[in-house]
Design a protein around this ligand. Structure first.
Ligand SMILES: [Zn+2]
Length: 275
């Protein structure tokens, strides 16, 4: 995937399906990606709604349950998906974010031995997650997302983060808490955020060994030493994970002729390298 003139292009370089919504504002520079569920009966019904000028609602992309993408607003243009909303120092997130709508029925109520959406369709247990929304006290049913939707969302998000230098991915529920519950507990936000931001969030200052230091395959002395032998004093490395006192490190220089070394060292023998 790539982005050309604020329009998404797919693998074969073809522009993604584009159906221009009349519901949009002026130009903007996106900083955030906002995920929604449509709470609708089909992607087509949501797309038709966003094509209706009366709707006063839209999103940059709609992703159906097969992972098919429809773009409705260019990425440098305000779409009307967030409403009254707040994130850190920003408010009115339509002016600062790209919105993706995922075709999903949303919250479901128990109905006999099945689950029923607000528009009256029934769902079997195997399509439903029963979970408590993070802003609520009682569990509800939530239609599951498809694997294709999640994979497509991740791929698009990676493309958008790279092109626009986005700062975070959030749910509508995170920027309009109390008012919105999408994308809800069925959406794997933690996993996506880790894939998109993990490295950035974890990136700690460059460290240096203060002594010759054993490097091991795991966090603790019971784990075997790496064949590289100990790290010499003064070797620079990046901390990429931690477990108690132990630090998983990526060594930034060759040790005994071995480069790209990764392993675990005791954190007591590391000091930050002055900037
Ligand atoms: Zn929403």
């Amino acid at each position: 995937m790539k982005i050309v003139r604020h329009r998404l292009h797919l693998h074969d370089n073809d522009p993604c399906e584009y159906r221009k919504s009349p519901c949009h504002g002026g130009k903007m520079t996106p900083r955030l990606l906002v995920i929604h569920f449509t709470a609708g009966a089909s992607a087509e019904s949501s797309i038709n709604w966003f094509l209706n000028p009366q709707a006063k609602a839209s999103a940059h992309l709609v992703i159906d349950r097969n992972g098919h993408i429809t773009q409705m607003v260019p990425f440098d243009t305000v779409a009307w998906h967030a409403g009254a909303s707040r994130w850190n120092d920003l408010s009115g997130l339509n002016h600062h974010s790209i919105g993706i709508e995922l075709d999903n029925a949303g919250r479901l109520q128990p109905h006999g031995d099945q689950w029923r959406s607000w528009f009256g369709r029934d769902y079997h247990d195997d399509e439903v997650l029963v979970a408590r929304h993070k802003h609520e006290t009682e569990p509800s049913g939530w239609q599951l997302y498809t694997r294709e939707q999640i994979e497509t969302t991740l791929e698009v998000a990676q493309c958008l983060f790279a092109r626009y230098g986005l700062e975070d991915i959030v749910g509508h529920e995170d920027i309009a808490p109390g008012r919105k519950s999408d994308p809800g507990p069925a959406f794997p936000m933690g996993a996506l955020r880790a894939r998109l931001l993990g490295r950035q969030e974890d990136s700690l200052p460059v460290m240096r060994t203060t002594t010759g230091l054993n490097i091991r395959s795991g966090p603790g002395v019971r784990h075997p030493l790496l064949p590289s032998g100990p790290l010499p004093q003064g070797v620079k490395l990046e901390v990429i994970d931690q477990d108690g006192d132990w630090r998983r490190v990526s060594v930034l220089e060759a040790v005994n002729g071995l480069s790209d070394l990764e392993g675990w060292v005791h954190g007591r023998y590391l000091e930050p390298v002055e900037a």
